[in-house]
Design a protein around this ligand. Structure first.
Ligand code: TXA
Ligand code: MG
Length: 314
């Protein structure tokens, strides 16, 4: 049964917030495109979201907030970042900022980065949903990976109707393209993605040209190097059949050896994705060497292996 399309009346917003509290997924209208929203603080919900999107890797997600109070709990705003937020929020602009100590957006949603992408959307239904829920919602565009971003409720019902729990109908999206992404985490403000807010408007406001690390083919750093993900200090040995002397075991499936943790004793890839970052951190704190069980290359296994390979080679 495809998910119901609900009018954004107060009782449906309340029901949608309850779906989110239970770890479910709600398609949420924004002024750019529809987003597939879930509780940003719940790694199990975020893992199901990645699974529903069919993403081959855990890209960091944008956390949607309902104003400066929530924003300042999640990220540190420099003067210039704060002024930019004042000028362009709410609206189609995402700011990548250093994480605040009080943050709630989970590791998996940030892909282990020490930064967070924040957006305060202007669509009233999105604001109402975030407010009813009471915390940040991560929301990638509500399309399967590789498909076009949806701008109407029925697009989602057609392409992802069996994956989401509820679709809130906010009509056609005003912009139809994703938000512009600016990073305030480096020396200079950088344009990470061109989008619905013209970069020129931001440059005019800032009185300086944005660097374009992702867009400039001559830039020395490749996009992959731009994102500094969490890298454990411990040495990781992947696709291990069993731990060797001095290695902790990060298991998947029923086999468990000596000391270590298990991503999913039942071999469930969504459960494994939800536990991945917490398990890596916990083992990294206590051991110098970690042997990791083979993770099958299907479903979320591809993204888990991608993340483990980066951690092993860092
Ligand atoms: O308009 C939009 O931004 C829509 C609506 C639903 O809000 N959302 C959207 O999300 O386009 P998504 O997941 O399709 O794109 C998120 C982008 C990714 O390219 C990701 O790399 C970047 O945001 N991003 C998020 N957090 C980041 C971070 N901490 N550092 C660098 N890039 C980040
Ligand atoms: Mg997208």
């Amino acid at each position: 049964m495809p998910a119901p399309i609900a009018k954004p009346i107060p009782e449906n917003i309340k029901a949608a917030a309850n779906v989110l509290r239970a770890g479910g997924m709600v398609a949420m209208p924004t002024e750019t495109v529809y987003g597939l929203a879930c509780d940003a603080s719940n790694p199990a919900a975020v893992a199901r979201l990645f699974n529903a999107k069919g993403r081959p890797a855990f890209n960091p997600l944008i956390a949607h907030i309902n104003g400066p109070d929530m924003g300042m709990k999640e990220a540190k705003f420099s003067d210039i970042a704060g002024e930019t937020a004042n000028q362009f929020w709410p609206g189609p602009l995402t700011l990548v900022l250093p994480l605040a100590f009080t943050h709630s957006v989970c590791d998996l949603a940030r892909s282990g980065l020490g930064t967070v992408g924040l957006r305060y959307p202007s669509h009233q239904v999105a604001i109402d949903l975030i407010t009813a829920f009471g915390g940040p919602l991560v929301a990638p565009s509500a399309n399967p990976s590789g498909k076009m971003s949806p701008t109407r409720a029925r697009h989602i019902r057609e392409e992802m109707g069996d994956k989401v729990d509820l679709i809130l109908d906010g009509g056609a999206c005003e912009h139809g393209v994703e938000s512009t992404i600016i990073s305030f985490t480096g020396k200079d403000p950088a344009l990470l993605r061109a989008g619905a807010l013209a970069a020129e408007d931001i440059e005019e406001f800032l009185g300086e040209t944005l660097t374009r690390p992702r867009l400039d083919p001559n830039a020395p750093t490749s996009p992959g190097q731009m994102l500094r993900h969490y890298a454990p200090n411990a040495a990781l040995r992947l696709n291990a059949y069993r731990p060797e002397e001095g290695e902790a075991w990060l298991g998947f499936g029923p086999k468990m050896y000596g000391t270590g943790l298990n991503l999913s004793p039942s071999g469930d890839l969504v459960e494994a994705a939800a536990r991945l970052f917490a398990a890596l951190r916990a083992l990294d704190d206590r051991y110098d060497k970690i042997a990791v069980a083979p993770i099958p290359m299907e479903g979320l296994g591809e993204a888990i292996n991608d993340r483990l390979e980066r951690a092993a080679n860092s």
